[in-house]
Design a protein. Structure first.
Length: 97
């Protein structure tokens, strides 16, 4: 799966126009939300909480065009809770945003 580092910025630019400061602010808010979502996923107790957190993370990623993160979050939602390999991949995807 290809990684497009400009997808988030392009999505934000399409929403707010050519406003670099606003794009930077929204990008920062997105990254904070993603990190909180990842923390919720890491602390999820039980399969239902894990799935719900993974779906929320997927929805957030989809809203901002973070395709790789969205795909891995989808995979997490369909896997066993706290899969160590998926958590590593999610953390790596977040670091690359």
């Amino acid at each position: 799966m290809a990684y497009d580092p400009g997808a988030i910025d392009a999505t934000l630019a399409a929403a707010v126009g050519d406003e670099p400061a606003l794009i930077a602010e929204l990008r920062g808010a997105f990254l904070e939300s993603v990190k909180r979502g990842l923390a919720v996923l890491e602390c999820a107790e039980g399969d239902d909480a894990w799935r719900a957190a993974a779906f929320r993370l997927r929805g957030l990623a989809a809203s901002f065009g973070a395709i790789r993160l969205m795909a891995i979050a989808t995979e997490a939602a369909e896997s066993e809770a706290h899969d160590a390999g998926l958590m590593r991949r999610l953390r790596r995807a977040v670091e690359r945003l």
